[in-house]
Write a protein that binds this ligand. Sequence first.
Ligand code: A3D
Length: 320
Amino acid sequence: MARNKIALIGAGQIGGTLAHLVGLKQLGDVVMFDVMEGIPQGKALDIAQSSPVNKFDAKFTGANSYEAIEGADVCIVTAGVPRKPGMSRDDLLDINLKVMSQVGAGIAKYAPNAFVICITNPLDAMVWALQKSCGLPQQKVVGMAGVLDSARFRYFLADEFNVSVEDVTAFVLGGHGDTMVPLTRYSTVAGIPVPDLVKMGWTTQARVDEIVKRTANGGAEIVNLLKTGSAFYAPAASAIAMAESYLLDKKRVLPCAAYLNGEYGMKDIYVGVPVVIGAKGVERIVEVDLNGGEKTAFEKSAASVQGLIEACKKIAPTLA
Ligand code: A3D
């Protein structure tokens, strides 16, 4: 069987980390595409030269023309600009929207059968714009944010409880931004919901509230430390988990920015919900019962995503 072909559109910080992970996890051959000449070629060659040491066989190529992504099975999109300290993700909308229309055209022409994972911010609006630009079926175009947000939540909870990250599950809904909704009653340690752990005296509600807040601001915390860009190791690892579930038909249940067509009472919007990812792409959207407070928070988060989508429609009316 031929190896899968994975196209990484954007060869910056996340793109480079993605390429390295694809190699280490032996998921397939990699094509790195970027507008910067030399960067994708240099990173591809560097990672290829690590393959004898790390014992993986795969082709790594870099390119500045979309032809190179022809026939890709998976495209992971990080093209665009990241934020700097003091910027919100929404400040990137104008510039990254233009990038999404170029990337969408490239995918439509050369990789129309791919599973497309968007990472570019502001995430929910950019994956919406990317799907409109490339015209691929909605279940084949998805945004990565929830896996990262819930990984941050899991990491902080594991640290708080002094237990393995492996035994902590977490559930995060809504847009990728300050309005994201970490759901504590669906977050557990080995199946024990967080509110029960509070009752058991493992932590206090005040500490849980602090962790929820830190999760929602998880991206900004790293931007403020790095000063020159945003997080890239954990975002790359999160997108790889989604690509792996598609390529291996694992049918993992992952929180992703997915297209809603009536689910949760919402239409023509991409927002973070739990989905099943398998060989057909997004095979199922999981609709959970939300209580009053959770529903209000989710709707508030979705409304802020909707605002950004409306801004995209104003800038690029052909997408509407
Ligand atoms: P960076 O290291 O700047 O890489 C972006 C790459 O995109 C650069 O190499 C650019 O040359 C390239 N690029 C710019 N315009 C184009 C274009 N038109 N076509 C092709 N390539 C282009 O950024 P990064 O890798 O750190 O982040 C990439 C994106 O991911 C940014 O928008 C971040 O805000 C976003 N991000 C999202 C998350 C989520 O959880 C959703 C987390 C972290 C970063």
